[in-house]
Design a protein around this ligand. Structure first.
Ligand SMILES: Cc1cc2nc3c(=O)[nH]c(=O)nc-3n(C[C@H](O)[C@H](O)[C@H](O)COP(=O)(O)O)c2cc1C
Length: 153
């Protein structure tokens, strides 16, 4: 404890930087037992989700929705996890071009169905890429790790 799973699609250098920032935030929390698994959406399985004490998703907004890769991941794990992961601490970030709201809403609808527990408001990042985007993702990772370590979530 705690086991943290990250699943994010990273089609670009910017999105890879965001995921790195999340991981960096998680690993900043000093906790001997902390394990962080970074899975690509295609690798990630229901077993990974069942293993996790907390999960962080990252998606781009594509065509006003979450990325196809994250949708595929959620479709594959939905029923195998539905009964066993209710209350799973969860956080996510969206990287959009100019909008991001469609991706945010689509993820929220599915995790509401899963009854995962959102630990904080989603991080929605749009417009010109800047260092503050990485800071927000780092904070998301830190928040998950620190909250699980402290037994808050
Ligand atoms: C096929 C496709 C559809 C996209 N649709 C949207 C969209 O609906 N809304 C939006 O804000 N950005 C959209 N984008 C922009 C992506 O979200 C953006 O390229 C992604 O966040 C990566 O950001 P980067 O270019 O800063 O690396 C789209 C990109 C692609 C390739």
């Amino acid at each position: 404890m705690p086991n943290i799973l990250t699943v994010a699609n990273c089609p670009s250098e910017n999105t890879a930087r965001l995921l790195d920032a999340v991981t960096h935030g998680v690993l900043q929390v000093e906790c001997d037992d902390l394990v962080c698994w970074k899975r690509t959406p295609l690798e990630a399985s229901a077993e990974d989700v069942l293993w996790a004490d907390g999960i962080i998703l990252g998606t781009t907004e594509n065509f006003g929705y979450m990325s196809g890769l994250i949708k595929d991941f959620l479709e594959r794990i939905y029923y195998p996890c539905l009964e066993q992961t209710q209350g799973l601490p969860f956080g996510f970030y969206v990287k959009g071009g100019l909008d991001g709201q469609g991706a945010k809403t689509s993820v929220e609808r599915i995790v509401t169905g899963l009854r995962w527990k959102e630990i904080c408001s989603p991080v929605v990042l749009t417009g010109d890429f800047c260092a503050d985007f990485e800071r927000q993702c780092e904070e998301l990772g830190q928040r998950m790790a620190a909250g699980l370590d402290a037994g808050i979530y």
